[in-house]
Ligand binder design. Structure first.
Ligand code: SF4
Ligand code: SF4
Length: 415
């Protein structure tokens, strides 16, 4: 048994052995023996569409004394909630912006957060006392920019299907979820998810230092709807240290959603913690839910999603050269606008499968799940396991370089 302090001493002396969850699982699958006294830290991560993401921003609007208090605020057209502080006559406005708030069906809070972090200027519109104030700001003008998640990194999530005739517009689908049982969409990073690797909730808790979209942040505590059986976390970090590649907007059939990424280091304190880290996709339950009721109607596991399927989407762009389609649906529906006639902007791509699914020329290489005797293809992944692995690798490198030390939680989750 070791303490977090002892592990930090090994990190500072350059002796710590750090593995990513991906590396550890590879060792387990190849039959290598892994001992608790040989590994100090395992870095875990998730990158997914996470509705429970918001930002708290302090926006400069005018000189002091020009208006009393802001009543309505928009950033690039995305509605923001002024307050809770009224900032009376200070010329600034505190706002809360939801990652799911929409300026349109195709642009929302998640897009705005990424553009701010990329250093782009955004248009601010404020209504106050019958007057309208407009200006452009960048993240450097914003004195306080914190991202907060109300629930994130659910220990496992779910697959969604439509058992009835017709199409359901939902945040769990890009094109609308078709039925009856002809396609499924999935969320959840499976065996690399942080909470999946701490099943006894022994190491992750209030104050655990993490990476949120690449910035150093902290676990605040349990997120909304968290339970011992199905935990999730809320977390906070300064947007000024974030990396746009781990965040952004994601357009669904029910409006814009928000991509968020979280990496958590798991200190290998003893054999029990190591046993928790041995979890594989095959052991992670994937409930299959009816999109109409959200009731579970079947059960699978995450091996169906992530084992055997390429984590990065491979698109054969040669098929586009002679293509005569007037409208390229793959381009039109790409939820991150990363796709353009076969060319994929890898910095924006979420590896969601939509372009493969919608292009009539591509070989369909779907993973499938069994639902009530039907083999149902997974046509949309709302978690990006490839990007989660990248964030876990980034955290590993920071720990190895002595730039990131672990914290002991002030309180464990649900204790
Ligand atoms: S992605 Fe498919 S539909 Fe679009 S241009 Fe290429 S081949 Fe044509
Ligand atoms: S996989 Fe295709 S549709 Fe999905 S984000 Fe990447 S380019 Fe866009």
């Amino acid at each position: 048994m070791r303490s977090v302090e002892e592990i930090n001493d090994r990190i500072l002396s350059g002796d710590a052995v750090v593995l990513t969850a991906e590396e550890l699982k590879r060792m387990i699958r190849s039959g290598e023996e892994v001992r608790a006294d040989e590994v100090d830290v395992v870095t875990t991560a998730t990158c997914a569409v996470m509705s429970g993401t918001a930002a708290i921003l302090v926006i400069p609007v005018s000189e002091r004394g020009v208006f009393e208090r802001a009543e309505m605020v928009w950033l690039n057209g995305v509605p923001a909630l002024p307050g809770p502080c009224p900032n009376e006559r200070l010329g600034v406005v505190d706002v809360v912006v939801y990652g799911t708030a929409g300026a349109s069906r195709e642009y929302g809070g998640g897009h705005l957060f990424r553009e701010l972090v990329e250093g782009e200027s955004v248009e601010v519109r404020v209504e106050a006392g019958g007057r309208v104030f407009e200006r452009e700001v960048t993240l450097s003008d914003i004195s306080f920019a914190r991202m907060f998640t109300t629930r994130s990194a659910f220990r496992n999530y779910a697959a969604m299907v439509n058992p009835r005739e017709g199409v359901v517009k939902t945040i769990f689908s890009v094109t609308g979820l078709r039925g009856p049982l002809v396609e499924a969409t999935v969320s959840g990073s499976g065996e690399v998810n942080p909470l999946e690797n701490d099943p006894a909730l022994r190491v992750i808790g209030v104050g655990t230092r993490i990476l949120l979209n690449g910035a150093v942040g902290y676990v605040v505590g349990e997120g909304t709807r968290s339970s011992v059986e199905h935990p999730n976390i809320s977390a906070v970090a300064d947007m000024k240290g974030m990396n746009p590649e781990f965040m952004g907007g994601f357009v669904t059939s029910a409006g814009p959603e928000c991509i968020t990424s979280i990496a958590v280091p798991i200190p290998v304190l003893d054999e029990q913690v190591l046993r928790g880290l041995m979890v594989l996709d095959e052991n992670v339950k994937l409930p299959v839910r009816d999109i109409h009721t959200r009731v579970e109607i079947a059960e699978s596991n995450y091996a169906c999603v992530w084992q055997g399927a390429p984590l990065e989407v491979k698109f054969d762009a040669r098929k586009c050269e002679g293509c005569t389609m007037e409208v390229c649906e793959a381009e039109m529906m790409c939820p991150t606008r990363a796709f353009s006639r076969g060319r994929i902007n890898r910095r924006k791509c979420f590896n969601c499968l939509t372009c493969i699914h919608l292009c009539p020329e591509q070989d369909k290489i779907y993973s499938t799940i069994e639902v009530n005797g039907r083999t149902v293809p997974i046509v949309l992944r709302q978690s990006n396991r490839s990007r989660a692995n990248m964030l876990a690798t980034r955290l590993k490198k920071m720990i190895e370089a002595g730039e990131f030390l672990l914290t002991s939680p002030l309180r464990l989750l649900h204790r």
